[in-house]
Design a protein around this ligand. Structure first.
Ligand code: 5GP
Ligand code: MN
Length: 336
């Protein structure tokens, strides 16, 4: 294990650094990665952000987005960069399976591995860990890492602040989840002082939908929402054909599950979508209900208590049947 002072002395001379984050990166994954990137390039390091897959178009405006390498599009270059790296930062994930094939490359690399993350049950592959499940976002931990651990607050600038604000805003549901405590609001205020334009960031992320996305949302709400009052559960299911019909792109389905959760009395919401290779589930819950337990036990996944995901190798119909059947086991907790 490395100490903070060892990291500080490593970072005192130019390093070859790879920053990576989870499969299908979200606002926190990209915000924390590009925030750390903007800090490290300022310090004179040779840095690359490598994502395992592509990510939503409403994150493409982030500062330095054009420097991001997508593994599936540049496999040889990615493999070489990981192999040659002296440090690999793993942001917003804590098991190497979350970064697909990149995971084995990172495991095999001699680089120091630094995990900055807020998910449960970290795997033991790292040399240094800035990890807390009480953090609302990995971006909050990157802020804490730069300002409080490395004590390099003087390097904060508008690009870093913009990226970290994006991560915190998206993972805290625009500052409305319980994880957005007073400390998070103070950090947000600091980030605004450092140049983050909170109104603009919100607009770029949330008011940037394609017409297709909005019509698809309308279709999901009108035709695909199923309310199971007996289990205080709402489900939206989507087929491959519907994704094609509405020309759905990466990011277009983001957040739709929250509409299901917004129905009064609903404690658990599921968005179940038939992707080309497998059926993907996104669960959201309120209060103490552990959505991540369901994902872990039944759907090869995990996540946070109130936001979790997983997948099934069964077909869509059977996955939905399995999901409905398992609700009986959780009925007491759902009706509490
Ligand atoms: P989403 O529903 O937005 O895809 O994911 C919500 C949260 O669930 C993510 O932040 C992540 O923590 C977790 N999650 C989603 N999919 C998976 C998965 O396949 N495996 C694991 N371990 N966690 C997942
Ligand atoms: Mn996160």
């Amino acid at each position: 294990m490395l100490s903070v002072s060892e990291i500080k002395s490593l970072l005192a001379t130019p390093q070859k650094i790879v920053i990576t984050t989870h499969h299908k990166p979200d606002g926190d994954a990209m915000g924390s990665s590009l925030g750390l990137y903007a800090y490290l390039i300022q310090k004179g390091h040779h840095v690359k952000v490598i994502t395992p897959t592509d990510y939503p178009y409403f994150l493409h405006w982030l500062p330095n987005n054009s420097d991001v390498i997508i593994y599936t599009e540049q496999q040889e270059l990615s493999a070489r960069l990981v192999e040659e790296a002296s440090m690999v930062f793993c942001l917003d994930f804590n098991t190497l399976s979350r970064i697909n094939e990149l995971g084995e490359l990172v495991r095999a690399s001699d680089a120091y591995k630094i995990m900055i993350d807020h998910h449960l049950d970290p795997e033991d592959f790292d040399d240094y860990r800035h990890w807390s499940i009480s953090a609302c976002a990995a971006a909050q931990l990157v802020y804490d890492f730069i300002v409080n651990e490395l004590k390099e607050g003087e390097f904060m600038n508008k690009d870093i602040a913009t990226c970290l604000y994006t991560g915190i805003m998206t993972d805290s549901g625009s500052f409305r989840f319980p994880s957005a405590d007073a400390t998070v609001y103070r950090i947000a205020a600091d980030l605004i002082d450092f140049g983050a334009e909170h109104w603009r960031i919100h607009q770029l992320v949330y008011d940037n939908a394609t017409e297709n996305r909005l019509r698809f949302l309308g279709h999901c709400l009108s035709n695909k929402l199923e309310i199971l009052r007996d289990y205080r559960t709402a489900i939206i299911t989507v087929t491959k054909e519907e994704l094609k019909e509405f020309n759905i792109q990466t990011g277009d389905t983001e957040g739709i599950v929250n509409y299901a959760l917004s129905v009064n009395g609903i404690k658990l919401a599921a968005f179940i979508i038939e992707r080309t290779d497998k059926v993907k589930l996104s669960l959201r819950s309120t209060g103490d209900f552990p959505a991540n337990e369901i994902c872990k036990k039944y759907f090869n996944g995990g996540g946070h208590r109130n936001a979790a995901g997983g997948y099934s190798d069964k077909n869509l119909t059977d996955t939905v049947l399995e999901f409905k059947a398992l609700l009986e086991e959780y009925k007491t907790q759902l009706l509490q």
